[in-house]
Ligand binder design. Structure first.
Ligand code: FAD
Length: 393
C-alpha cells in the first residue's frame, strides 16, 4: 500500500488531519486499531461550542447529547459558584458517534479508512522512515507513505518508534475513572465540578449531564497517588448518598496534564493530540486542543507535499509552540499554583468569587478576581495567600 499520508489513530486529532489533507487532493489512509471507531469512549465528552465553527464540524444532533449553559463549582465545604450564560456555552457529545463521524468526514473528503488496523512499528530503509508496519485483522501489512502522523493517543508508540521524544514523567498524568449512570438532582443545563484535597487530589469530581437524569460522573486525580481514582469517586458518591446502582458504562484512562512534546515533527513524522500531550493542564480537556494542533499540522503537511520539501513540517512545531504551547505552559504554571491551595483556601476563594461577575472571569478577565478580592480584604491577610495569588495572576 502506498499513500501520501498515513494517519495512525482515529480519535479526534487523526480524523481532522486526514480530512484536511485529503480535501487538498492528497492520498490519505486513516487507521485505527479499534473495530468500531469511538468505542469504547475514554472521555467525559464535554466540549466548548466554538469548535464547530472553528474547525468546520457540522452541528449535528446525532452526536450532541445535551447543550450546556455554563458550570457550577463546589468548594470542599459546599460553597457554590454558578456561571450560567444566556446562550449555549458547550455540549456533551456522544463520542462513539462523534469520532466515527469525524472519520466519515475524512472518508468523504477522499481519505481511505481502515479499522482493526494496528500500527506496530515504522519501516526504515537506508536510514529513512518510509512508512509503517501494521496488523490488519490479524494479518501483517506494510503501508508506505511520504508523511506519517502519530495521532495514537496518550499511550502513543509510533512517535517514539520514529525517534521523537514523548517521555512524560508519571507525575504529569492524571488518572481518570468515570461512570455513565443514572443520576438525579443536578441541574442538567450545567456541568458540575467539585474541588477539594480530600475529594479529588489535584483534580475534581465532575457530573456532565447527557440527559435530565443521566450523566458522565467521573474523577481525575494525580496518577502517582497511592489511592486509586475509583476509590475517591466511590467515596464521593457514598458521602453524597448517590446510589451507584444504575451504571451504563465504566471508563478509565490517563490524561496528560503537562509534559508537552518539544519536537512535534522529525523528518517525515509528526505527532499530534494526546500523543503530543496537547491537553489543557488545568481541566484535562484535550479535544479542542487536538483539533487546534491537527489544524496546524495539516496546514504544514499540505505545504510540505505541495513544495516537495519535508523540512517545512518543522514549521508545525514552531507555529504550535508560538500559538498554543506558550499559552498551555502559562496554564500549567497556574495549575501548579492552584495545586498548593488548601481546602480552606478553596472555600474562601469560591465564596469570594461567587460575588463577582462569573461570566467575565470565565472569559479570562482577572480584573474581576482582583475586584472581588478587594471587596473581601480579609482573604489578603495571609502572606501565603498573597504569594499564591501572585503566582496565579
Ligand atoms: C476519563 C476521561 C475524561 C475526559 N474528558 C474530556 C472532556 O470532557 N473533554 C475533553 O476535551 N477531553 C476530555 N478528555 C481528554 C480527551 O479524551 C483526549 O484529550 C482526546 O480524546 C485526545 O484526542 P486524540 O485524537 O489525541 O486521541 P484519542 O482520542 O485517544 O485517539 C487515539 C486513537 O488512536 C488509536 N490507536 C492507538 N494506538 C494505535 C495503534 N498502534 N494503531 C492504530 N490505532 C491506534 C486509538 O484506538 C484511538 O482511537 C478526557 C479523558 C479521559 C481519560
Amino acid at each position: 500500500m502506498k499513500y501520501d499520508v498515513v494517519v495512525v489513530g482515529a480519535g479526534i486529532a487523526g480524523p481532522i488531519v486526514a480530512r484536511n489533507v485529503a480535501r487538498e487532493g492528497y492520498s490519505v489512509l486513516l487507521i485505527d486499531k479499534k473495530p468500531a471507531i469511538g468505542a469504547p469512549k475514554q472521555c467525559a465528552e464535554g466540549i466548548t461550542i466554538n469548535v464547530f465553527k472553528n474547525y468546520d464540524i457540522p452541528y449535528d444532533k446525532r452526536f450532541i447529547n445535551r447543550e450546556i449553559y455554563g458550570a457550577k463549582l463546589y468548594s470542599p465545604s459546599g460553597y457554590e459558584l454558578e456561571m450560567r450564560y444566556k446562550d449555549v456555552s458547550g455540549v456533551i457529545l456522544e463520542r462513539k458517534v462523534f469520532d466515527k463521524m469525524l472519520a466519515f468526514y475524512a472518508a468523504r473528503a477522499g481519505a481511505d479508512v481502515l479499522v482493526r488496523t494496528e500500527a506496530l512499528d515504522v519501516i526504515r530503509e537506508n536510514g529513512r522512515i518510509k512508512g509503517i508496519k501494521a496488523k490488519h485483522e490479524g494479518k501483517p501489512i506494510e503501508i508506505y507513505a511520504e508523511v506519517i502522523v502519530a495521532a495514537d493517543g496518550v499511550e502513543s508508540t509510533i512517535a517514539r518508534k520514529a525517534g521523537i521524544n514523548t517521555y512524560t514523567p508519571p507525575h504529569e498524568f492524571d488518572s481518570a475513572y468515570e461512570y455513565e449512570m443514572l443520576i438525579e438532582g443536578f441541574d442538567p443545563d450545567l456541568i458540575h465540578l467539585w474541588f477539594g484535597n480530600e475529594i479529588a487530589p489535584r483534580g475534581y469530581v465532575w457530573v456532565f449531564p447527557k440527559d435530565e437524569d443521566r450523566a458522565n460522573v467521573g474523577i481525575g486525580i494525580n496518577s502517582d497517588n497511592p489511592k486509586t481514582a475509583k476509590y475517591y469517586l466511590d467515596k464521593w458518591l457514598k458521602e453524597n448518598n448517590i446510589p451507584a446502582k444504575k451504571l451504563l458504562e465504566i471508563n478509565v484512562g490517563l490524561v496528560p496534564v503537562g509534559g508537552f512534546v518539544k519536537e512535534l515533527a522529525k523528518d517525515n513524522v509528526v505527532v499530534v493530540g494526546d500523543a503530543a500531550r496537547q491537553v489543557n493542564p488545568m481541566h484535562g480537556g484535550g479535544m479542542a486542543e487536538a483539533m487546534k494542533a491537527g489544524t496546524i499540522a495539516s496546514k504544514w503537511i499540505v505545504k510540505a507535499l505541495e513544495e516537495e520539501n519535508l523540512e517545512l513540517l518543522k514549521n508545525y512545531t514552531k507555529e504550535w509552540w508560538e500559538k498554543d504551547g506558550k499559552r498551555l505552559e502559562r496554564v500549567l504554571k497556574v495549575r501548579k499554583a492552584v495545586e498548593k491551595l488548601t481546602d480552606e483556601d478553596l472555600d474562601v476563594f469560591i465564596q469570594v468569587l461567587s460575588g463577582a461577575d462569573a461570566e467575565k472571569i470565565a472569559g479570562g478577565d482577572y480584573t474581576e478576581v482582583i475586584k472581588a478580592l478587594l471587596k473581601n480584604p480579609k482573604v489578603l491577610m495571609s502572606k501565603r495567600r498573597i504569594a499564591l495569588l501572585k503566582e496565579l495572576l
